[in-house]
Design a protein around this ligand. Structure first.
Ligand code: 5GP
Length: 185
């Protein structure tokens, strides 16, 4: 006999939906068109940062009209579960060199910006033709302004969010929307 499927998401863990699935898809389409226009005649290399930006990177790639390549890096940030420390360790590096390539770094969310700043410097040191930055979300912190991001999906208020690739303890990445996490921390 089939087991009944446990309720998902866990009640109490998912708060307000900040960005609907439809709004995400529409905005990703716009970003793809913008990147297509900005890099006419070039073959951009999207560098997605695992695991959070996996879904965004895949959708962004589909929304670019013309040749485009994809690669991934994985980093681990020394911090607690909900705050990055800015000290980044590269767990998986790129498969191919980026020298001479037009690179677009694709992040899920920019909070302090430390992760993105570190990775932009890391990539810039490898002789690419250009490096651009793209983030689905940028959090308004009210503190120091985050680093200039070339392509921003949405600015969000200071709340910890889940969904569309973003997790808590590896869960909730498959929610199709971005929601405030209201579960235990
Ligand atoms: P930053 O270095 O900009 O302070 O932090 C960026 C990284 O912290 C993101 O790539 C992500 O892994 C994590 N992060 C920051 N804010 C959130 C959030 O609201 N939800 C989740 N799931 N991860 C976050």
């Amino acid at each position: 006999m089939a087991e009944s499927r446990p309720e998902y998401p866990t009640p109490g863990d998912v708060g307000q939906i900040l960005i609907s699935s439809e709004a995400i898809q529409a905005r990703v389409g716009e970003l793809g068109r913008q990147i297509t226009d900005d890099l006419v005649g070039e073959v951009p290399l999207l560098v997605g940062i695992l695991k959070g930006s996996a879904l965004f990177t895949a959708d962004l790639m589909r929304s670019i009209r013309g040749p485009v390549e994809i690669d991934f890096m994985a980093v681990s940030s020394y911090g607690d579960a909900t705050r990055s420390s800015g000290v980044v360790r590269i767990v998986k590096d790129l498969d191919a060199p980026v020298a001479g390539r037009h690179v677009i770094l694709v992040e899920d969310i920019v909070d302090s910006g430390l992760t993105m700043t570190y990775l932009l410097e890391h990539l810039s040191g490898q002789g690419p033709a250009s490096v651009r930055s793209c983030a689905l979300l940028v959090r308004e912190t009210g503190d120091a302004p985050p680093p200039a991001v070339d392509y921003v999906g949405f600015e969000i208020p200071p709340a910890f969010v889940i969904g569309y690739g973003l997790d808590v303890a590896q869960r909730y990445r498959n929610l199709p929307y971005i929601a405030v996490y209201t579960g235990p921390t």
